[in-house]
Design a protein around this ligand. Structure first.
Ligand code: ADP
Ligand code: MG
Length: 253
């Protein structure tokens, strides 16, 4: 190719931000000419590669931003351990329809029953299909919300959190702190109510949420908002950790 033409081509590809086309147009051209492709086929192939690379980069960025523990994924999640209804519910969540319907997912079960693993596995699959998710422990998020409130940045932080289609609040039951902390959590739930999904895990049944929210009214209001459009998954299974320890004891290597 003539040097000026090549330079112009490079300039255009740079200006249009088409790095994959830039890196691959020559190799694809060789294949096109060897296999006598039409111009349209050639163009489709190079653009498709650009799209593919973009999707892949976006997924990588979303996965990194999600802070999901990647080892808790769908491939390592053993559905056979779950009550049949819960297994079916988790399978159903993979479609991501709950996100479009702004539904919440509430997962209950004893420590070690697979609440975090199940939710993270679903979220990771959905991020891989292009959705955005953020994983955080409830305790950490509450601390951040409180700090933001102190600095008069609460509204900005809530707005930033609304960027994520799926917000995972892990371990609601473990926060038992001040009323002020629960108030910011309540504000967050109100902010997302009917706008975007909240997925949370708790080892405390609703009947004990008064302990979390400090008073019966706030607990009832929080439950009301969360439950209104929601999928409730009950994992009444023994602790996976305890079972694994038992198995290890029974079959020492
Ligand atoms: P929880 O959040 O309910 O306390 P986790 O999801 O953290 O429990 O699970 C505890 C440990 O057991 C984790 O290492 C997790 O990967 C594993 N685990 C729990 N349930 C399953 C399951 N159904 N399949 C595979 N691993 C599981
Ligand atoms: Mg957990």
């Amino acid at each position: 190719m003539n040097k000026d033409v090549l330079q112009m081509l490079m300039k255009c590809l740079q200006e249009l931000h088409l790095p994959a086309v830039r890196a691959q147009y020559e190799a694809v051209a060789r294949q096109a000419s060897a296999e006598s492709w039409s111009y349209a086929d050639y163009l489709r192939e190079v653009l498709e590669r650009e799209c593919q690379q973009r999707r892949q980069r976006r997924t990588e960025r979303l996965l990194k931003e999600s802070r999901l523990p990647l080892e808790k994924n769908w491939a390592t999640f053993d559905l056979k351990r779950l009550p049949p209804k819960a297994a079916q519910q988790f399978r159903g969540l993979l479609s991501g329809d709950f996100v479009d319907r702004q539904e919440n997912i509430l997962v209950f079960g004893a420590p070690g029953s697979g609440k975090t693993h199940g939710l993270c596995a679903v979220a990771q699959e959905l991020v891989r299909s292009g959705r955005s998710a953020l994983f955080t422990t409830t305790a950490l998020l509450v601390q951040k919300l409180l700090a933001a409130k102190r600095d008069l940045r609460l509204e900005a932080m809530l707005k930033r959190l609304s960027r994520w289609e799926i917000l995972i609040l892990d371990d609601l039951g473990y926060v038992q702190q001040s009323r002020e902390e629960m108030e910011v959590l309540f504000t967050l739930l109100g902010e997302r109510y009917e706008r975007s999904s909240v997925c949370l895990t708790s080892n405390l049944p609703f009947s004990k949420w008064e302990q979390i929210f400090k008073d019966a009214m706030t607990a009832a209001a929080a439950i009301d908002r969360l439950v209104h459009h929601s999928v409730i998954v009950e994992l009444n299974v023994p602790s996976y950790r305890a079972e694994a320890a038992k198995r290890a004891k029974a079959n020492p290597e």
